[in-house]
Structure formats: C-alpha cells, structure tokens
Design a protein around this ligand. Structure first.
Ligand code: ADP
Ligand code: MG
Length: 253
C-alpha cells in the first residue's frame, strides 16, 4: 500500500500538495503538552502517529482541527504553492449509542450536512446526497438503520462518511483500531487505501497496534511531547527512541 499518487522522492514537494506543521507547541495550565512539533505529510499518504498514552497525540489532532490554541504554524500547500489552512475531516474514537437510540443514519446526516428540520419529511434530493456520502464508504445500505442498531464497524464507517463531507484535504482518525478485531482493522485499512487514492487526501491516524504498521503506513511518527523519530515502520520500531519510550530492553545479538 505504500505507493502514492505523487510518486514523491525524499521530502521534495514539487507538484504535490502537503500538510506542514512547523514548530507547533501547546501548553495548558502552565504545563507543556507539545513542543517543537514538525510534521510533513503529502497528499495520498497514510501517516501513523504512535506514542504512549498521554504523549499528546489527541492534542496534536485538536490543534490541526483548529480546536486547540497553539504556537507555531499549520499550513496546507496546494500544488500551485498557495497556502491555506487545511480542511480537516475527523473521525473520533467510536462513541457508543444506546441500543434504543431512535435516530437513524439519515437523520444524523441531515442534521450534520443541511439545515433541513429532521421532523419534516426529508426531500428526495437530500436523501440522494446522503446516499452519495455513504457510498464513499460503501455504506449506502445503512441509510435507514438506527444508530443504536449499528455494529462498531458500521458506526465507524458512518462516522467516516460524515468526516468525508465536505471532502477534506486531511482525514484524521483517532485510534480507529482500538476495540476493532483483526478483520475489522483490515477492512478499514482497505477502505482508507481506496479513499486516499480516489480523493487524493492525506490520512493521519493514531494507533497502539504496531503489528501491521509496515503494510500500510507510508510514514510512522513516534512522539512523546515532541517528535522523537520519523521513518518507515521498520526504522521507527528498530530505533533506540522506540525502545526507550516503550521501555523495551535492547537485546540484540
Ligand atoms: P494521547 O492522545 O497521546 O494519549 P493527549 O493528547 O490526550 O495524549 O494528552 C496529552 C497530555 O496533555 C496528557 O498528559 C493530558 O493529561 C494533557 N491534556 C490534554 N488536554 C488537556 C487540557 N485541556 N488541559 C490540561 N491538560 C491536558
Ligand atoms: Mg488520545
């Protein structure tokens, strides 16, 4: 899965679009949470953010989403060189809905993407728009299901479809594999691979599951308050920084 649309070599950005985080810092209540974060992600890339609990992964996501005061800059550069703030889609860790939750997937989308009052009959064109959104994640069949009746994987796909409307430059998923079985993880990875190719978006996700990082991540970023190591999955997992952060003893023959 490591091929990407722009066929970049090294860190060169010619003819590509990219997300660039420069010297980002966050402090709260007099404590430094993030400092000196530099990050560079090309369109079409899947980047995995790893680090122990409390490393600041979710805080970094909030900063990129514009929901967290920070120092430093976050910029999106279009292929022409124009710089803007990135349009970001965000998939939170799956919330749980009560089994009896009467709101349907259609209701949720109508409330999120339009101003149409949910208690009125939903116009055909709006339903078609929601079907189109769900189609991006192959979830058209879920449109009339109640949120409370969805499986964890189905709910995650619905939230993913929501994050893709409007189509973002960067798609962020916070720990999408936690509580997901191996099959579910592979299904989601196949879908993310398809989405980044179809829409040329960057995918930035956090995970504690390192077992198949090398199969899908174009780049792995190890962080704890700051970026400690960037590279391929192998490079990062073989590094002394990785061993230190996860308290592994280096036993090399
Ligand atoms: P991760 O997602 O890597 O587990 P977080 O970004 O959730 O880490 O948290 C990083 C650190 O920042 C933690 O020590 C957390 O307690 C702290 N933190 C997060 N948000 C706030 C806040 N609003 N005020 C104070 N401390 C915070
Ligand atoms: Mg977190």
């Amino acid at each position: 899965m490591s091929e990407n649309l722009h066929k970049h070599s090294g860190e060169g950005c010619k003819g590509a679009c990219c997300l660039r985080v420069t010297d980002l810092g966050v402090s709260a209540e007099g404590r430094t949470i993030l400092q000196g974060i530099d990050l560079h992600i090309h369109c079409g890339q899947i980047v995995a953010l790893i680090g122990p609990n409390g490393a600041g992964k979710s805080t970094l996501f909030k900063a990129i989403l514009g929901q967290q005061p920070h120092t430093g800059s976050i910029q999106f550069e279009r292929s022409g060189g124009k710089r803007t703030r990135p349009l970001v889609g965000y998939v939170p860790q799956s919330p749980a809905f009560d089994q009896g939750e009467p709101v349907s997937v259609l209701d949720l989308f109508v409330a999120a993407i339009s101003r149409w009052p949910v208690f009125l009959p939903i116009p055909k064109a709006l339903r078609a728009k929601v079907e189109e959104c769900l189609g991006r994640v192959h979830g058209e069949g879920l449109i009339d299901q109640r949120l409370g009746s969805l499986s964890g994987g189905e709910l995650q796909r619905v939230l993913l479809a929501l994050a893709l409307e409007p189509l973002p430059h960067v798609l962020i998923l916070d720990e999408p594999f936690s509580g997901v079985d191996v099959e579910g993880e592979l299904r989601l990875l196949r879908l993310l691979d398809e989405l980044r190719r179809t829409f040329d978006l960057s995918v930035l996700l956090s995970t504690h599951d390192f077992s198949n990082l090398g199969d899908y991540a174009d780049k792995v970023v190890l962080m704890k308050e700051t970026v400690l190591k960037v590279g391929t999955a192998q490079e990062v997992m073989d590094s002394p920084e990785f061993a230190q952060v996860f308290h592994l003893r280096l036993e090399r023959g």
